[in-house]
Design a protein. Structure first.
Length: 300
């Protein structure tokens, strides 16, 4: 699978969880039964069948060989980049970190990937409210959430996942103390949602609002190094590839992190509709809906 050109055909280089296939076809049989009772009910069951398949879809990824690199923990669109106080649930050593907020559509693949090489220090799971099917805003109450803290050479990177509370949405496959390998699957988040990546403020970055991320592959930055690491040249090469892709997308210098001091200044970041990316990307559509809902709430 690793030999395939999965970067150009991400939908083909993957599959579905076995459990998901079983549940999906059970839902389909239920849809047939409902359709026998009343034809319009079949289409409701068919939509549930499609949603179940999307919730169990995964894709094979090949992480970069970068010892000190930081990669995207999931597929999605960068919504904002800013300095914030470290969430207490992550137990980070530094009080202020850089937060990269990522929005993932329900059609995104469901795997979560380790952002750095090191170890998992601790993990916390919080069940959501079953009456909430979709996470329209990252900080809404009642969402299913997970916090994970990774550490490498005394430097920490944290992840906060959020998704709707309906159904089993977030599962973590690692325990505290486990060794983390860069870009390897460490959990599952079904039907999209939000992912906040917390990295040290001293980390080099190559990201901008509106950028599409490929979980486990897209290089976001690198951890601080006191000496020239053996993989510095490889990181610079990966950065150069992304610099070329960034041409014409960001109006400002994309290699300088854009930071804000409070949540109200999110407006200075380009919204997903301002980015020069494909209008057919479903992640952009859901990011727009979430941004519109947030702005409407603030206007009230």
């Amino acid at each position: 699978m690793d030999d395939l050109d999965h970067k150009s055909t991400p939908w083909l280089n993957g599959g579905f969880d076995i459990e998901g296939i079983v549940v999906a076809f059970a839902v389909f049989l239920g849809a047939l039964l409902l359709g026998w009772l009343w034809a319009p009910l079949f289409w409701l069951g068919f939509l549930a069948f499609i949603a179940t398949l999307l919730a169990t879809r995964w894709s094979q990824r090949t992480p970069p060989e970068l010892a000190s690199g930081i990669v995207a923990p999931c597929d999605g669109i960068v919504v904002s980049i800013k300095q914030v106080e470290a969430p207490p649930e992550l137990r980070l050593h530094t009080p202020v970190v850089t937060r990269v907020r990522i929005s993932s559509a329900p059609v995104s693949t469901n795997k979560i990937y380790t952002p750095i090489s090191g170890s998992l220090e601790h993990v916390t799971l919080e069940e959501g409210d079953s009456s909430i099917p979709i996470a329209m805003r990252a900080d809404d109450e009642g969402l299913a959430r997970a916090w994970m803290c990774f550490e490498s050479h005394s430097q920490q990177v944290g992840i906060r996942l959020a998704s709707g509370g309906f159904g089993p949405r977030i599962e973590i496959d690692m325990n505290a103390g486990d060794i983390a390998r860069l870009g390897k699957p460490c959990g599952t988040r079904r039907l999209g949602g939000w992912c906040d990546l917390f990295i040290p403020t001293s980390s080099g970055q190559l990201i901008w609002p509106g950028q599409s991320l490929v979980g486990g592959e897209t290089v976001i930055g690198r951890l601080r190094s006191d000496a020239h690491d053996a993989d510095d040249d490889e990181i610079e090469e990966a950065f150069e590839i992304q610099r070329e892709a960034a041409a014409g997308v960001a109006e400002e210098d994309p290699f300088e992190p854009v930071l804000a001091e409070d949540e109200e200044e999110d407006e200075q970041y380009g919204s997903p509709e301002d980015a020069d990316v494909s209008e057919e990307d479903p992640a952009i559509l859901f990011a727009r809906l979430r941004e519109t809902a947030r702005r409407s709430e603030e206007g009230d």
